[in-house]
Design a protein around this ligand. Sequence first.
Ligand code: HEM
Length: 477
Amino acid sequence: MSLSLLLFPALGFLLLLLSKKLTPPSLGCLISFYQNRHRLLTWYTELLSESENQTIVVHRLGAPRTIITANPDNVEYMLKSNFSNFPKGKPFTELLGDFLGLGIFNVDGHLWSLQRKLASHEFSTNSLRDFTVQVLADEVSGRLIPILENAAETNSVLDMQEVLRRFAFDTICQVSLGMDPSCLDMSRPVLPLSAAFDSASEISAMRGAAPVFAVWKLKRALNLGPEKDLKDAVKVVRGSVDEIILRKKEMMEDESGGDLLSRFLGAGMESEMVRDMVISFLMAGRDTTSAALTWLFWLLTNHRDIEQRAAEEIKIGSDLGYNDLKEMNFIKACLCETMRLYPPVVWDSKHAANDDVLPDGTPVFRGNRVTYFPYGMGRMEALWGKDRLEFRPDRWLDETGAVRMVSPYKFPVFQAGPRVCLGKEMAFIQMKYVVASVLRRFELVPVRDERPVYVPQLTAYMAGGFSVRVRRRGNVV
Ligand code: HEM
């Protein structure tokens, strides 16, 4: 999913000016930009930590003035206190609009609040939670464990990132649509829906990253290249979901399912709105959990003592029901610590509806892009202390071993405020379930020694995947 847009496309077409102070951009830094082009995330993090208010202003030719902030007061202001002045805005929603239509993920105002109310209600029910745990149990025992068993048996190399991505797509499809695409079953051909979904999200993301701002609009008008492919992919995604809706409606005359689609149709929503809504859920819940899990498993291979503590938290004989999962504080701390360092969504932007001033004094003009930057915030000494670059899950726990409350504006990996990620609790259930199921049986051994590279795409991923060999854990819990 996400929703972060690439701010820094190919160099040749950029005019980038940065200002660490509040008023007009003072520092023309094309040369620095060129020198730092391979380490932009780190460079931006450094500029933000050096800035006295943890905020910088970026100018890119043809794009709106962009304010990037790692200042929790600013983040709280834009995401909560003055929420209505910071919608996603047209520059964002038109990039994903052809794909996501009027789904919750890509709309503002009335259309958003209507869908949010309905979806929040469903997400708060125990029945959806139980349904999710059942889907996870089946996917883990029927597919994930056999794949890992087989890799352990044959000493073969497995790309854990790809396995986790497929796992996440199977799971989110079953929870959202009540349909199992069986992506993790490698013996079956890839479903047209999965392939088209991948292609549509990739091309939509490329729109934001194109070297010449908004050139995709011209290509779309002429139905050229990737824009034609996008059109075809969207047709397949919508056609597949429409078919599922038709079938679901017929089935619902007899019985209603536990998935989101059945719930939204049961609430009397129109088919087209439901279609866009569930496509948004697939988009949002698809690659995020797998990204976090990939980085966590890699971090654990470098911190075997922490891995051992996580494995010990899994109760012997536990069937990983909701209550068992709820009690896994140390595993939750490991997940939070992973996402602090490697957030699945690197940055996320809003567009000011009217002129404004952020709490740190930065002026905002109507139409400006305001971006909060979870990656930089997770690595800011002012927020996390001198050991900020260390993987130390204990920082999330209090003296009693309970998970500490941390302001979501200091740790906005799930966004925060009225538009906070709807799937946050579901994501933790899923991630804990996978971590516990894997750690109680297996140990992963990376094939490569080098430090993996974090790539900030729509959802951040590990360049080249995460190749591992799988060993059975000695003391199976
Ligand atoms: C580790 C996992 C996850 C992370 C880090 C994450 C993060 C985020 C972030 C940053 C946003 C705001 C993005 C934006 O507005 O552009 C968001 C929104 C959203 N997320 Fe998640 N997400 C995760 C998993 C999930 C899952 C599993 C679901 C599934 C069902 C989900 C459903 C949503 C929805 C529906 C929204 C839109 C909410 C709205 O606009 O009102 N997310 N998520």
